[in-house]
Structure formats: structure tokens, C-alpha cells
Design a protein around this ligand. Structure first.
Ligand SMILES: *Cc1c(COP(=O)(O)O)cnc(C)c1O
Length: 418
């Protein structure tokens, strides 16, 4: 399906025309197991000599359609869905690095990811070295012989800085490290990080891809272009006791996709963070309108950002589309997120939030509905004033996730509240 445009892939990729059931929409396969043809077939599947459905912790035909569709949209070789975006991130890192190894990451990460990297991974002996986004001298300085990946978000949180993916990819290639990119804030059709040299892309499906605030899920997409035979990648070169001494970088055969295969077998099969088929089906409905929705989210957010820039009660506005790197990497639309500061203090910002009626106060982003939050008193409230400033959170700052309502209604709501 590679020759088709993204809009076509969004509604068609991954679904076989001649399915047994002849259903037009993808059925939800509510089953735990899948019968084998015979004992020989069963043995081949268990030995990973042949691929096929065994047990729904590893794979399910509903999830398979979603995985193929998302891999096609991002231009990857294979995708694995997981129970949340957070699970997608955790199992990606532990699929690359083990105790005693390290990751270099940008420091402007989604809050949950920052905690995972800063507090949880170190308990398991994985060190994460944080650097300011786009500070490539710092990235170079943080890399050593224990580094196993570079990790960055396309658009950081909450400052909405755009990562220079080409330069990250160049550093990663120079040191032969995989570049892992969380592209949740800029799903296809806005940005496809693999086209700029990333090796692995992660999305939280809970945000724009699902798009309707209707469930939790995540996906990891493998470009299939990283050479894992480098002996530093112990997880791929050491015979795996759980799989008859299999070495994932060497023994999977010609067209293998070692990272995605290991994520499915060691990750889903042996550690269990599976996405259920009902949620997978819900996300498939979202994917079909993703290109349309991303265009409208971006158009509305751009108009909101421009309106705020010209409003006398507003001190400053940040929108990825206003940045040089945003113009380079996001020519099709810069996404649905806008942050701004009101003239005043924390109290002024909280009162402004309370006066909004269409923008609903919620700790989420990427829904059809417009959402608002005051980070200093909510998502970042556990940080000291000093730490908040370092993270780019100021008392007067308000974060908007701009939805699909009519732009005039959104601007009226903001005008009234300000
Ligand atoms: C929401 C989010 C996550 C976590 O995803 P969940 O599905 O909520 O676990 C990770 N990264 C980014 C950028 C997010 O916005």
C-alpha cells in the first residue's frame, strides 16, 4: 500500500479485502486463543519459524489491522500496539537497554515519561542522561559506551519546542545508536519522523490518533532500518534463554524486524502489556479521520494562537508553527497545542480558566473537544517554583488543546474569559 497517499492509507491500510467474514469494517476479535491447523503448525508457531496467531496476549487480528495501518502511515516496517502510551515507552526502553546501560534523553518530556526516566528506570539500573532539547554539544557529551539510544519528543512539553530531528538523527547515526521519537503531539499526517532518520516512533493512541478521548493505548513503530548486530546491543546478540538460545539480531531470517519482533515476544508475550481488541477497534475508527482532524486541529490552533498574540490581556504565546523548526518540520499544520501567559499571576490564570465554558478543564490533550489546564497548579504543582521555571512552567501560563469546534465559538469563549 506504499504508493497511496496518507489519506488513503488512513482508511484502507492493513485490512485484507478478502476476509473470511466479508465484513466492511474491521471486526473485533473477542477471543483468547486461536486453534492451530495441526501439531506441526503449532510447533512452527511456537518456535517463531512461522508467524500466526497463538494467544491474544501476543497478537489479535483486530490489533493487527491497527498495527499495519499505523506502520503504513508512519512509513515503518512493523508496529506493536500496547496497553498505553506509557507502556509503549517503558517497553521500548527495556527492549533496548538493560541494567548498567544508559539512554540520552531531551529534558522537555511529557510529565509521566520524565518520572519514568528520572525515578523508575534508575531503580532498574538504567540511567537516563537528560540534555536540553536541540543542545547537540550536550547530547554528544552525554553519549558514552554504555549509551543504547537517544530519546526525544517531536514537540516538547509544555514549552512546545520543536526538536531538530535531522540533527538528532545525524548524531545518532554517528554513534550508531537508535533514535527513538515520541511523536504523540504530531501524528501523521503532520510529521513522519522516520523520514528524517528516526529508527523508532512511539505514539500515545489516547491522544490525537484515537482522537475522541475514548480510551488508552499506545503504539511502537519500527523503521526496520537499524543494524542490531553491533555487540553493544546485548539484548540482540546474547542467546536468549527464553527462546532456545535465539539471538534476535542474527537468527530471525532475511526480512526480519528484530526490534518489533523482540518487543512482541519478550515484551507482550512475557511481560503482558497488551492492548485489548475493543480499544484497538476504537482507535481504528479514530485513525480513519486522522488526516482530516489534524488539518482542522492545526488550523483552529493557529487561529487561536494568532488571536491570543493580538489580545491586550495576553503577555506571550507559544505555538510550534511560530518557530523556525516548526516551519521546517510541520508545513502541513503545527498541531493542536497552544500555551500562553495571561498578564497577571497564578490567580489571574486560574480565574481565566474558570471563566472558559467551551474549553473544558481536564488533564488531557488531543480530543475532538477543546481542553484547558493551568499547569502550575495541576500537572506541575508538585515541583518547586524554581523547578517549574526550569521546566518552562510559569504561574501565569495556560495550556490549550484546541479541538474541532467552530473557530468563532472558540475565539468568543477566549475573548469572554480574558
Ligand atoms: C499522553 C502522552 C503519553 C502517555 O500516553 P498514555 O496513553 O496516557 O499512557 C506519552 N507521551 C506524550 C507526548 C503524551 O502526550
Amino acid at each position: 500500500m506504499k504508493k497511496y497517499h496518507l489519506e488513503t492509507l488512513a482508511v484502507q491500510a492493513g485490512q485484507e479485502r478478502q476476509s473470511e467474514t466479508q465484513a466492511m469494517n474491521t471486526p473485533i476479535f473477542r477471543t483468547t486463543a486461536f486453534p492451530f491447523r495441526n501439531a506441526e503448525h503449532c510447533a512452527a508457531l511456537f518456535a517463531l519459524k512461522e508467524s500466526g496467531n497463538i494467544y491474544a496476549r501476543l497478537m489479535n487480528p483486530t490489533n493487527d489491522v491497527l498495527e499495519k495501518r499505523l506502520a503504513a502511515l508512519d512509513g515503518g516496517q512493523a508496529a506493536v500496539t500496547l496497553s498505553s502510551g506509557t507502556a509503549a515507552i517503558y517497553f521500548t526502553i527495556t527492549n533496548l537497554a538493560t541494567c548498567g546501560e544508559e539512554i540520552v534523553a531531551a529534558n522537555n518530556l511529557y510529565g509521566g515519561t520524565f518520572t519514568l526516566f528520572d525515578a523508575i528506570l534508575p531503580q532498574q539500573g538504567i540511567t537516563v542522561r537528560f540534555t536540553n532539547v536541540n543542545d547537540f554539544d550536550a547530547v554528544e557529551a552525554a553519549i558514552n559506551d554504555k549509551t543504547r539510544a537517544i530519546y526525544v519528543e517531536t514537540v516538547g512539553n509544555p514549552t512546545l519546542e520543536v526538536a531538530d530531528l535531522e540533527r538528532y538523527a545525524a548524531v545518532a547515526q554517528k554513534h550508531h545508536l537508535p533514535l527513538v521519537v515520541d511523536a504523540t503531539f504530531t501524528p501523521p499526517t503532520l510529521l513522519r519522523p522516520l523520514a528524517y532518520g528516526a529508527n523508532i516512533v512511539i505514539h500515545s493512541l489516547s491522544k490525537w490518533i484515537g482522537g475522541h478521548g475514548a480510551g488508552i493505548g499506545g503504539v511502537v513503530i519500527d523503521a526496520g532500518n537499524f543494524d542490531w548486530t553491533d555487540a553493544r546491543f546485548t539484548l540482540y546478540n546474547t542467546p536468549d534463554r527464553g527462546y532456545h538460545g535465539l539471538r534476535f539480531a542474527h537468527d530471525l531470517g532475511e526480512n526480519a524486524v528484530p526490534f518489533a519482533t523482540r518487543l512482541r515476544t519478550v515484551g507482550l508475550r512475557n511481560q503482558g502489556p497488551t492492548l485489548g481488541p475493543d480499544a484497538a477497534w476504537t482507535f481504528l475508527q479514530g485513525v480513519e479521520s486522522l488526516p482530516l482532524r489534524m488539518a482542522r486541529h492545526s488550523e483552529n490552533a493557529q487561529a487561536v494562537a494568532e488571536f491570543l498574540q493580538n489580545h491586550p490581556r495576553v503577555a506571550w504565546v507559544r505555538y510550534p508553527g511560530f518557530q523556525e523548526l516548526g516551519k521546517k518540520y510541520l508545513p502541513w499544520g503545527a498541531g493542536g497545542m497552544v500555551v500562553f501567559g495571561v498578564k497577571g499571576d497564578s490567580r489571574t490564570a486560574m480565574e481565566t480558566v474558570d471563566r472558559l465554558t467551551l474549553f473544558r478543564l481536564a488533564a488531557n490533550v488531543g480530543e475532538t473537544r477543546s481542553l484547558v489546564i493551568h499547569p502550575a497548579s495541576s500537572t506541575h504543582s508538585q515541583l518547586s517554583d524554581e523547578a517549574q521555571r526550569t521546566a518552562g512552567v510559569s504561574p501565569e501560563m495556560i495550556r490549550l488543546s484546541v479541538g474541532l469546534e467552530h473557530i468563532d465559538d472558540l475565539l468568543d469563549d477566549l475573548r469572554d474569559a480574558l
